[in-house]
Design a protein around this ligand. Structure first.
Ligand code: ZN
Length: 150
């Protein structure tokens, strides 16, 4: 069994920014030498999701429009209410206090994807691409790629 871990670093431009990780992930799989196993693509954040979908401008546009309706940024969120919030107040960039909508969106998208590796390649479908999706303001982000197999 072989395990190879790579950390990717990004600076995003704000929500919803789609960063296509497919080529970097394929590169990590190839350099690992693993022929059969899985690759985990994992976001180290609570407001930046990992999802697989098609890379097409219309889909990205639709995502942006629907997210605004489902998680409107200017609704009341208890996470944003500093009058009642008592936890995790040590934010170092002074922006974490108004992103309740970003956290909710992240809950329903997810933190990771796991992709099968078959004969040295990711078993993605024709249209499948792996994205880091920024759900908050511009930030520094880290994604862990962990390739595991034989
Ligand atoms: Zn927050």
């Amino acid at each position: 069994m072989i395990v190879r871990t790579t950390i990717l670093k990004f600076t995003t431009t704000g929500a919803p920014d789609f960063i296509d990780l497919t080529d970097e992930t394929e590169k990590a799989v190839k350099s690992s030498g693993i022929q059969n196993g899985t690759v985990l693509v994992y976001s180290k954040h609570t407001t930046a999701a990992i999802r697989i979908n098609e890379s097409e401008a219309g889909i990205k546009h639709d995502f942006r429009e629907h997210v605004k309706k489902i998680y409107p940024p200017f609704e009341y969120y208890r996470h944003n209410d500093m009058g009642v919030r008592t936890e995790n107040l040590d934010c170092d960039d002074n922006r974490c206090d108004k992103n309740g909508h970003s956290h909710l969106n992240h809950f329903f998208l997810g933190t990771s994807e796991t992709i099968p590796i078959v004969e040295g390649k990711m078993a993605l479908g024709r249209w499948q691409r792996v994205f880091l999706i920024e759900l908050c303001s511009p930030r520094k982000r880290e994604v862990v790629l962990q390739v595991l197999g034989v």
